[in-house]
Write a protein that binds this ligand. Structure first.
Ligand code: KIV
Length: 270
């Protein structure tokens, strides 16, 4: 079992940032990426978006607890500054608070991360309370909840219709009251995200939920432009790495084929 490395940023420290300087969050799934982003951000999420970014799956529904633990270990052992949060995958927590505790305890003890994230609002409040009272810091996730894609029928914007906005507000109040230390609000209309941020006393972390939130999170592959085919409106790309990878690998291939690589400087002599 790993000894959790002392990380500078804890879940209570994230909670205390409510209303202060915006909280910077990003996903990471590997040790190498974590070492690069850790000094620059406040929170790293080992998101179940690894379904698409790492495994080429069509949605997050097929992600397993073992997959999350494997990537959680790689990230947690590579971060010394940012708070590391690992997603509980679909099917590992919804059945009962006891099931959620069992899964969360495995994630915390086997990876050395600092907290778990789970999707759901008012219906998960009892579970969040159960976990929070037993030493498991919980980040909630409301608005668009991708693990429910089969029930939702699509990844559309949430919180535009009056009835939906009332229910998402109730979700926010419920998860905050249950003891979540922060809440992700995904792909939700700006006026509602603003109202929620003003109404609850824990930080709101937006992804497609406007600058009104207390912090922002993006998928690292989106920030770096590693996908060519997927450009959601809520993403700003800060690099276009996909367009650099093709030319780099093609130059390498051409050098190998022409005998230009390895050169004398890459060879071990006697
Ligand atoms: O899985 C993930 O990466 C997430 C973020 C998009 C918030 O849940």
């Amino acid at each position: 079992m790993p000894t959790p490395p002392p990380r500078q940023t804890t879940p209570p420290a994230i909670k205390s940032r409510k209303g202060g300087q915006p909280i910077v969050c990003i996903t990471s799934y590997t040790a190498s990426m974590t070492k690069l982003v850790d000094p620059l951000v406040d929170l790293i999420l080992v998101g179940d978006s690894l379904a698409m970014t790492i495994y080429g799956m069509p949605s997050t529904v097929g992600v397993t607890l073992d997959m999350m633990i494997a990537h959680g270990k790689a990230v947690a052992r590579s971060a010394s500054h940012a708070c590391v949060v690992v997603d509980l995958p679909f099917g590992s927590y919804e059945q009962s608070p006891a099931q959620a505790f069992h899964s969360a305890a495995r994630v915390l003890s086997e990876t050395g991360c600092s907290a778990v994230k789970l999707e759901g609002g008012a219906e998960m409040a009892e579970t969040i309370r159960f976990l929070a009272h037993r030493g498991v810091p919980v980040m909630a996730h409301i608005g668009l909840t991708p693990q429910s894609i089969n029930a939702l029928g699509g990844y559309g914007v949430r919180g535009r219709a009056e009835s939906e906005s009332v229910s998402i507000m109730a979700d926010a109040v419920a998860v905050a009251g249950a003891g979540a230390f922060s809440v992700v609000i995904e792909k939700t209309a700006e006026p509602l995200s603003r109202e929620i941020t003003a109404a609850i006393d824990i930080p709101t972390i937006g992804i497609g939920a406007s600058a009104a939130c207390d912090g922002q999170i993006l998928v690292v592959d989106d920030v770096l432009g590693l996908f060519t085919e997927f450009r959601p409106k809520f993403v700003r790309r800060y690099a276009e790495l996909a367009s650099q990878i093709g030319p780099a690998v093609s130059e390498y291939a051409a050098d190998v084929r022409a005998g230009r690589f390895p050169g004398p400087e890459h060879v071990y002599g006697d």
